[in-house]
Write a protein that binds this ligand. Structure first.
Ligand SMILES: Cc1ncc(COP(=O)(O)O)c(C=O)c1O
Length: 372
């Protein structure tokens, strides 16, 4: 209930008692509350870098002048830099306030009421969130129990109304991947749709289709600095696509949505490849060790190409997540994702962190067994 607006009202003015209502689609949206509170433990719940960004990025942050903070951020020079890094033209790249803003802007730019958004599921939650804020229809394409990319079903779901197809590659929470040939075939079979390939976890798998930007006319690729680079708090991402599509993205994108701090950190983040390589190498070794530990516990897991592993915990998934949290390790219950009942996603950090995670996992499983 809105309180009647009092200050400044003259006696006798009509009192407005009804609140303005948003669009029907917004009213119908589910609330989304990621479990962000109290995260001082070992953070294996959001697929972030679990350690730190490059020390060179810290130096750039420390060197920010107050003058730089008084000015509106200018992102074009940094778009030039990142485009060169990706062997693309500046006009093919737009920096965004994380990939989340990129998804939001892309959906806003392209989706109308008669359109369909194809989402292979389970997948990254924010595609559904932003699609449901538009008037388009969401068409989920369910993966089989192996959670492999549902290529044939996706092709079968393409219609003349398909306007956007969003593929996280590698996907979350499964860690599975669509092949390059599958992506090219989807783009070919849906020339009237934008094919968004979200490569948020690219550094952990090393496979990309960004070299096809401008060649495949309906392909747009997203990248983030939130994962391997360790800059989730700065909110920095990008879209790379053909000039003809990117011009519409730019119409909707705020010129100032990437702040000065994020822009200042971009050059050292890109330059310090030694740090990035070290962190990715560490995670890949830790993932192999942790998978061995999961196998020793006889827990079903899905093969992952990213910095996380999906694990079958079963009916007591909520208790498992709670006990892990109490023991200082945060993991993410994905049970409410389509086809993921009883499954928990565990981010991979450094080898040392994953040794702690394995020890905690063993203790928690033993405690749960003892309670049976
Ligand atoms: C597939 C995928 N895309 C995008 C994001 C979010 O990226 P950003 O932090 O750049 O908004 C995530 C985060 O978990 C993700 O899993």
């Amino acid at each position: 209930m809105l309180k009647p607006f009092a200050p400044g009202c003259a006696k006798g003015d009509p009192v407005i008692e009804t609140a303005p209502t948003p669009r029907a689609r917004v009213q119908a949206m589910k609330e989304y509350h990621p479990p962000l509170g109290c995260r001082d433990s070992l953070r294996l719940d959001f697929n972030e870098n679990t350690l730190a960004c490059s020390p060179k990025v810290r130096e750039a942050l420390a060197a920010i002048s107050t003058g730089a903070l008084t000015r509106y951020p200018e992102r074009e020079p940094l778009e030039l830099l990142v485009a060169a890094h990706l062997h693309l033209a500046q006009s093919q790249v737009a920096l965004t306030n994380g990939v989340d803003e990129a998804i939001h802007v892309l959906f806003e730019a392209f989706l109308e009421s008669s359109d369909e958004v194809l989402l292979p599921v389970p997948t990254y939650t924010m595609y559904e969130v932003y699609a449901s804020a538009t008037d388009a229809r969401i068409v989920p394409v369910q993966a089989a129990d192996d959670l492999q990319f549902p290529f044939e079903s996706l092709l079968a779901a393409i219609t003349p109304h398909t306007k956007i197809i969003a593929i996280a590659n590698p996907n979350s929470p499964s860690g599975s991947m669509a092949t390059r040939a599958q992506i090219v075939e989807i783009a070919r079979r849906a020339p009237h749709a934008v094919l968004l390939v979200d490569e948020a976890y690219f550094h952990f798998c090393g496979e990309t289709v960004i070299d096809l930007v401008g060649i495949v006319p309906n392909l747009i690729v997203a990248r983030t600095f939130s994962k391997a680079y360790g800059l989730a708090g700065l909110r920095l991402g990008l879209l790379a696509g053909p000039v003809e599509l990117m011009r519409w993205v730019r119409r909707v994108l705020s010129p100032y949505s990437v702040n000065s701090l994020a822009l200042a950190c971009l050059p050292p983040a890109l330059e310090d490849t030694a740090y990035l390589d070290w962190y990715v190498g560490e995670v890949l070794q830790a993932r192999a060790d942790f998978e061995t530990a999961l196998d020793a516990c006889k827990l079903r897991r899905w093969p992952s190409r990213a910095n996380f592993v999906l694990v079958e915990i079963g009916a007591r998934h909520a208790e498992f997540v709670r006990l892990m949290r109490s023991a200082g390790v945060l993991v993410r219950d994905r049970s409410s994702d389509p086809g993921c009942d009883g499954r928990v996603r565990i981010t991979i950090g450094t080898r040392q962190q994953m040794q702690q995670a394995s020890a905690t996992l063993n203790q928690v499983l033993a405690a749960m067994k003892a309670q049976l």
